[in-house]
Design a protein around this ligand. Structure first.
Ligand code: NCD
Length: 321
């Protein structure tokens, strides 16, 4: 079922991987997100999405992604219908294809998180309303990348030429797959810090290098701190390991404390998509470097801008006026 009044052709407004956005589009969305900040924090009410319904489909656990999409939609005057694998007919064996047909009828835009890589693309192909990928297995997480880029630009004033260190589970971590791809398009130098068994997949490293970027792989976090502009910590993705013993070998391998940051540049920021397990000690929270809670809040304005874009709604130059 086609959404009435929808501007933009079929497929054009999906966001499945960062390849769906040009660099200029990324920057436009970040600008729109910045204009939406007063709406995101509740100071201004701007019902740009009044009458629109978001279908939130989470087949995997989520706190931030699900809540920030819901908050973004509601603060823009829109409505949200939710589906989770618990309490829905998914538990009765309904296929993803059939479930998506329902969402197509019940909402104007869908956000989907699913444990299977490729499920977001499959869903987008199955229906006509725009689909935003909120994480597909160990694949991609482009809306997280947009809020990560927003946070980086907020701190450094630019996305160009930064020295970014990605740390942790680079094999299964979808946030780092999408973020690294976007960063090299803006000329970042990347240091990929992981244990041997959790290295970034070689095809992704090859893609990163094909953009002409300086990409270094290492197992040593301490040695990467002094030169970093951004350190992006990640959780070891326990649920993606085929075998508990393999997880046990790498669990707790990186633990950043405030003392480790003594050598960091003054403006270096520590990010994390969250949830953290033990990779960032709470002592880091009160340092000038900690940016992860701000980063999580930035999900709201960024997802507002993404919802507006996919629904063909322009964010005015002066929001709320
Ligand atoms: C991440 C995810 O789901 O990939 N979380 C998030 O969306 N903020 C990271 C993680 O679960 O470790």
């Amino acid at each position: 079922m086609a959404a009435l009044g929808f501007v933009g052709g079929e497929g054009m407004s999906d966001l499945i991987t960062m390849d769906d956005l040009s660099n200029d589009e990324i920057l436009e969305i970040l600008d729109a997100a910045e204009r939406l900040l007063p709406v995101a924090n509740g100071d201004v009410y701007a019902p740009l999405l009044q009458g629109k319904v978001l279908g939130n489909l989470f087949f995997e656990n989520s706190t931030r992604t699900r809540m920030s999409f819901e908050s973004a939609m509601k603060r823009l005057g829109g409505e949200v219908v939710n589906l989770s694998s618990v309490g829905s007919s998914v538990a009765k064996g309904e296929t993803l294809y059939d479930t998506m047909q329902m969402v197509d009828g019940y909402s104007d835009i869908a956000v989907i998180r699913h444990p299977r890589q490729g499920a977001a693309q499959y869903s987008a192909d199955a229906i006509e309303i725009p689909v935003l990928n909120a994480g597909d297995g160990a694949g991609n997480h482009p809306t997280q990348t947009m809020l990560d880029l927003f946070t980086i630009r907020q701190a450094h004033g630019t996305l160009e030429g930064l020295n970014v260190v990605l740390v942790g589970d680079l094999r299964y971590g979808r946030t780092t797959h999408s973020l690294s791809h976007a960063l090299v398009r803006f000329g970042a130098k990347l240091t990929l810090v992981s244990p041997e068994s959790l290295r970034m997949p070689t095809e992704i490293v090859g893609d990163l290098q094909s953009h002409g970027s300086d990409v270094v792989e290492s197992e040593n976090l301490a040695g990467a701190i002094a030169d970093a502009d951004v350190i992006y910590m990640t959780r070891i993705q326990k649920e993606r390991f085929p075998d508990e013993d393999e997880y046990a070998k790498v669990a707790g391998i990186y633990k950043m404390t405030a003392d480790d940051l003594a050598v960091a540049k003054a403006g270096m920021i520590v990010m994390h998509p969250l949830p953290r397990v033990d990779e960032i000690d709470p002592s880091v929270d009160s340092t000038q470097h900690a940016r992860y809670f701000q980063q999580a809040f930035n999900g709201v304005p960024t997802r507002m801008a993404l919802l507006c874009r996919s629904l063909g709604v322009e964010v005015p130059k002066e929001v709320g006026e």
